[in-house]
Ligand binder design. Structure first.
Ligand code: APR
Length: 260
């Protein structure tokens, strides 16, 4: 990534932003990789570990809830230890930089809640959240579960098995959040695509929606993806390195723009 490319990118974003502009950020597991959470694909990915992959299947939860929770509990313990990365913080700074004039929407495939923990307010969780739970029998929401669970699986007062509000393999993204995400991609003036291999639908089609509507699309990923050739800027870089640099350049340019 050259300095001039970063400068060009920041200028292109600043030029795109006007009174009614909207910035959308599509994120994936790569954004949380630097917190210590594993990605799904690539080296060290969860999909390489079959026993962990099982924790993401609805079928196993149905057939063997205790076994499912024994595996999922390991991921919960990991989640309890992680904190937002510099990339998450940069996206929170970006939202603060754009407020109140412009909207920033984060569309995430991640279930770790780290965007909200970093301070972003408008977060669409396409695959739900591993920090929210509900009863599989009566549907009652369980906003909190103790870190150490005495009984697995945890049960609701009605006796039903409690599960996290995540979209498991074999399940679909809830229609309402998908419609919001699709509309945000259609309206986007600028879309940042950070830390996703773009292998899973429907999230993978959002950059094409933005491109079709003439948005400025920028990718940050150490590896190439199906978007890399179509994005206006595609940086082979780590999110926690590049995003803070990009937001700092934008801060200066937007200050100049507002002052002029
Ligand atoms: N900064 C930016 N990108 C990174 C970093 C980093 N530090 N580290 C890894 N990446 C990139 C990888 O190159 C890869 O392209 O992040 C991407 C992670 O890809 P996946 O593991 O496939 O994760 P994701 O795209 O979020 O998967 C989407 O698939 O399995 C389902 O539901 C699961 O939400 C997940 C969905």
């Amino acid at each position: 990534m050259s300095e001039s490319q970063l400068e060009l990118c920041a200028r292109a974003i600043a030029e795109r932003l006007g009174p009614e502009s909207a910035v959308v950020v599509l994120t994936g597991a790569g954004l949380s990789a630097e917190t210590g959470l594993p990605t799904f694909r690539g080296a060290g990915g969860l999909l390489n570990a079959p026993e962990l992959l099982e924790a993401f299947t609805a079928d196993l939860l149905q057939r063997a809830p205790r076994l499912w929770w024994e595996v999922f509990q390991r991921l919960r313990e990991l989640l309890s230890e992680v904190r937002p990365s510099p990339a998450h913080i940069a996206l929170s700074d970006l939202e603060a930089l754009l407020r109140p004039h412009l909207r920033l929407v984060i569309i995430t495939q991640n279930v770790d809640g780290l965007h909200q923990a970093a301070g972003n307010r408008r977060v669409l969780e396409l695959h739900g959240s591993a920090r929210r739970y509900y009863c599989t029998c009566c549907g009652r929401a369980h906003s909190f579960l103790p870190e150490h669970l005495v009984e697995l699986p945890p049960r609701c007062a009605c006796g039903g098995v409690i599960r996290p509000a995540v979209v498991l393999f074999g399940e679909v993204t809830p229609e309402e959040v998908w419609q919001e995400a699709y509309a945000a991609a259609q309206r986007a003036s600028v879309m940042l695509v950070v830390g996703t291999s773009l292998q899973v639908e429907p999230a993978a089609s959002l950059p094409a929606v933005a491109l079709y509507n003439r948005a400025l699309v920028i990718e940050i990923n150490p590896e190439t993806t199906p978007l890399s050739g179509a994005a206006r800027f595609s940086f082979r870089a780590f999110a926690s390195h590049l995003l803070p640099l990009l937001v700092e350049r934008l801060r200066g340019l937007l200050r100049q723009k507002m002052a002029s």
